[in-house]
Design a protein around this ligand. Structure first.
Ligand code: NI
Length: 185
């Protein structure tokens, strides 16, 4: 198992549309283990394949660190392969998001509270999950990565301007980041 370097803003791979995972094999299992290592190493709660340079429909999450504090149900470590959002509903809620590909940038994003997702787990077994609160938030954020969408896309022009110098530093590779990232050329 190993920690992989994370792709940061504004790398084009973060904007690519991802392809479905076709088969379960040893490489996929290793990749999943490495993604968990990478996520935990950077103290993240979710990591999507484009963030480690793979254009495939796969993300991992473990939001227990947050849900423990907010007294929500802990879902534990989860692997989502070829996820499809079946339903987004409930109250629109505002939560502060961040992203391992956009270090140090945090801001409020409004999203529906509830999400229903169909996906394959790491054994390629079909699963359906209903999530609310922070678990739902992480799922929606990671699912967006598979569509080439970043949380900063939801911010107003005004809010984005506030983050502009930090975004520029990340883009140029001049921000000091505490975990391995893909170097900028
Ligand atoms: Ni992210």
């Amino acid at each position: 198992m190993s920690v992989l370097p994370i792709v940061t803003y504004n790398d084009p791979v973060l904007r690519k549309k991802t392809k479905p995972v076709e088969e379960n094999n040893k490489e996929l299992q290793t990749l999943i283990d490495d993604m968990f290592d990478t996520m935990y190493n950077s103290q993240g709660v979710g990591l999507a394949a484009p963030q480690i340079g793979k254009e495939i429909q796969l993300f991992v999450m473990d939001a227990d660190g947050i849900t423990e504090e907010t007294e929500e149900e802990d879902l534990g470590p989860l692997v989502f392969i070829n996820p499809q959002i079946e339903e987004k509903s409930g109250e629109k809620i505002k939560l502060e998001e961040g992203c391992l590909s956009i270090p140090d940038v945090r801001d409020d994003v409004v999203r529906p509270d509830k999400v229903v997702v169909e996906y394959l787990d790491r054994n390629f077994e079909k699963k359906k999950i209903t999530a609310t609160g922070w678990s739902s938030r992480v799922i929606q954020h990671e699912y967006d990565h598979l569509q080439g969408v970043l949380f900063v896309d939801y911010l107003s022009a005004f809010k984005r301007r506030l983050h502009r110098s930090l975004l520029k530093k990340i883009d140029k590779g001049t921000l000091e980041i505490e975990y391995p990232v893909v170097p900028k050329d």
